[in-house]
Design a binder for this molecule. Structure first.
Ligand SMILES: [Zn+2]
Length: 258
C-alpha cells in the first residue's frame, strides 16, 4: 500500500490522501484549501493524479476543507462512488452547492478586478449547478457496518463526534495474502459534550493517520468551561464592554446549522 499525503499536512485545510492498494487507486477526502490567499490559490491547480483514474473515494465528513474540491473532481471526470455517512451526504447536498455559489460570487468580483487590469476573465472553480450535479455519485453508508468495496478492500465508518455524520474510517486491505488495517481519524470531536456523541474508541490499527490540529495544547475540562465563559462575560460587561462570540457553524445561505 502506498499513501500520498496531498493536503492537510503542515497546515489544517485541503485534506486529501491518495491511496494505492490492491490494484486500486482511491482517495480519502478532497477538501478545499482555505485561509491565506496563497493557500486558496492552490484550489485552482491541477490534481496530482488523474481524476478519471480514481476507483472510489471515502469522505470523512462534510466540512468544506474535507469535501470542497469534490465538484472540481467531478468536473474533471471522476464518476465513481463517494462513500460517506448518510448525514454527510445530506449535509454535502446543502454545503457543496452553497460553496459553488460562493465561488461564483467571489469570482465575479475578482473578474471585475481582472478586467480593470486589462486581464482576461476566468471561470469560477465550480458553480452551484456543477456542485449539485456532483451529488449523484455519493453513496450513503451507516456507522458500524463493514462494507466490502472489493474482495480485498473493506471499510467501516465509526462516529468521530466532530459534527453530524463525521467518521473515523477503518480500512482493511489485503495484499499478497496479508491484511493491513489503516485508520484515518478525520477530524475528531471531544468526549462528553452536548449535541454530539463521543468519538468511537478504535482498539487496534497497523497504521494510524490522525488529525492533530490541537495536539500541542491541553483542553480545559468540560465542567470548567461554562464557569470560565461566564467569568469572561461578567468581567467584560462590568468593564462596560461588548462580548462578541464567534461560533463554528455549517452555513447554507442565511440559515445556520450548528
Ligand atoms: Zn471538520
Amino acid at each position: 500500500m502506498k499513501i500520498t499525503f496531498l493536503g492537510a499536512t503542515k497546515t489544517v485545510t485541503g485534506s486529501n490522501f491518495l491511496i494505492e492498494a490492491c490494484g486500486k487507486k482511491f482517495l480519502i477526502d478532497c477538501g478545499m484549501w482555505q485561509g491565506k490567499v496563497e493557500l486558496e490559490e492552490q484550489n485552482a491547480q491541477d490534481f496530482e493524479f488523474n481524476p478519471k483514474e480514481i476507483d472510489f473515494m471515502l469522505l470523512t465528513h462534510a466540512h468544506i476543507d474535507h469535501s470542497g474540491r469534490i465538484p472540481k473532481l467531478y468536473n474533471e471526470g471522476f464518476r465513481n462512488k463517494i462513500y460517506a455517512h448518510k448525514a454527510t451526504c445530506d449535509l454535502c447536498a446543502l454545503m457543496l452547492p452553497d460553496s459553488g455559489h460562493i465561488q461564483e460570487m467571489e469570482n465575479e468580483w475578482k473578474n471585475k478586478k481582472r478586467m480593470r487590469r486589462g486581464e482576461v476573465e476566468i471561470p469560477p472553480l465550480y458553480t452551484a449547478e456543477e456542485a449539485a450535479r456532483s451529488l449523484e455519485i455519493f453513496e450513503p453508508v451507516q456507522y458500524d457496518e463493514i462494507i466490502e468495496i472489493t474482495q480485498d478492500i473493506h471499510v467501516r465508518f465509526n462516529d468521530a463526534g466532530h459534527m453530524l455524520g463525521s467518521s473515523i474510517i477503518e480500512l482493511w486491505t489485503k495484499e499478497e495474502g496479508e491484511e493491513t488495517k489503516t485508520v484515518f481519524t478525520g477530524d475528531l470531536g471531544n468526549n462528553d459534550i452536548p449535541l454530539l456523541d463521543s468519538p468511537t474508541m478504535i482498539e487496534s490499527a497497523d497504521y494510524l493517520i490522525m488529525e492533530s490540529t490541537y495536539a500541542n495544547r491541553l483542553h480545559i475540562k468540560n465542567e470548567e468551561k461554562a464557569e470560565l465563559f461566564l467569568d469572561i462575560v461578567s468581567q467584560t460587561l462590568d468593564n462596560g464592554g461588548s462580548v462578541v462570540i464567534p461560533s463554528f457553524a455549517v452555513r447554507k445561505n442565511t440559515r445556520n446549522f450548528i
